[in-house]
Design a protein around this ligand. Sequence first.
Ligand SMILES: [Zn+2]
Length: 367
Amino acid sequence: MTTHMRAARLHQPGQPLRIDNVEKPKPRAGDVLIAVKSCGVIPNMNAIFSGTLWNHLPPLPAIVGLDAAGVVAEVGERVVDIHVGDRVYVNPWLSCGQCAYCRSDEPMLCSSAAFQGYFGFYPQSRPQLEAYPFGGFSEFMTASPQRLVKLPTEISFDQAARLGYIGTSFAALRAGKVGAGSAIAINGITGTLGVGATLLALGMGATRILGFGRNRNVMSQLKALAPKRIDTIALGEQPIAEWMRDRTDQVGVDVLIDCFARSATSSVTASALHGLKRGGIVVNIGALTEPLPIEPFRFMNNRLHFQGSNWFTTGEGQQMAEMARVGVLDLSHLTPQPYPLDRVNDALEAVKSRPGGFVNIVVNPDR
Ligand SMILES: [Zn+2]
């Protein structure tokens, strides 16, 4: 029985991760131990690990890694419905279960929410990070069974390590009530969130998927997925709202999914608002920070909505797993780019160039 494991730890903000030999955790009575097979690497990670954003890093040195998938290796004595050998994705979203929001069944609004292996949203998130101090860039981690998505064999571990970002898009599409016959637009379609939103919207029955972005190569790959349903335009080619209306019989789209990232300009989102149909909804998941000018009068008259959405529930994770099992969510379009644990810093470097949403950079801690 090995007592130690290899794990990538952040010792100092902005410094490369170090591979350390640390004590292998023992699951508490209500927790499980997971042998991690794959953990996702996402564009925002370098910014978070720099420690210069508003986020609250876990106590350092910290084992990091956000989106992990693996095999259950041990279960605590009180665990009943998860078994050794189960293939699982670990939803890293930690909520306290006690605050006013959690007690009202709103874990995404938890007053001490945190991402296991990543950061806390508030100073008071620290106890949650201390309770689960293991991220996915590690051979083993613990988690509570409530946060596990059981994976069918149709989803590889590398694909499952992408469920965090795909799930964020899924919750946004659900917030927009996307279904059969929906017309949607995706701002930033070529990024990690945008590609996930496209694959999901195809599975959910959207018949018009309009996307705008900069990476023409990724846009043509996207269009090829379903040429009758997907159309894309490079930013700057034509006024966005005009283009959206041209492609929807002048009606506009039901839903605009805004995936534009933190550092982007708000002008594209502002233009795209005019391509919404009456009663339409914008759901922001990209974390755009630049203020957005809106005309409340237009929102009133046209009964428009603007909503934010963060992350997703474990239940939504399980729904995506089921969609992937039967093939309505086709994750085979993602191109895996796996790195062994020793090369975790190379993986973090590779994601900096924003290779586009089909590229799935992951770390395999068992390699
Ligand atoms: Zn809470």
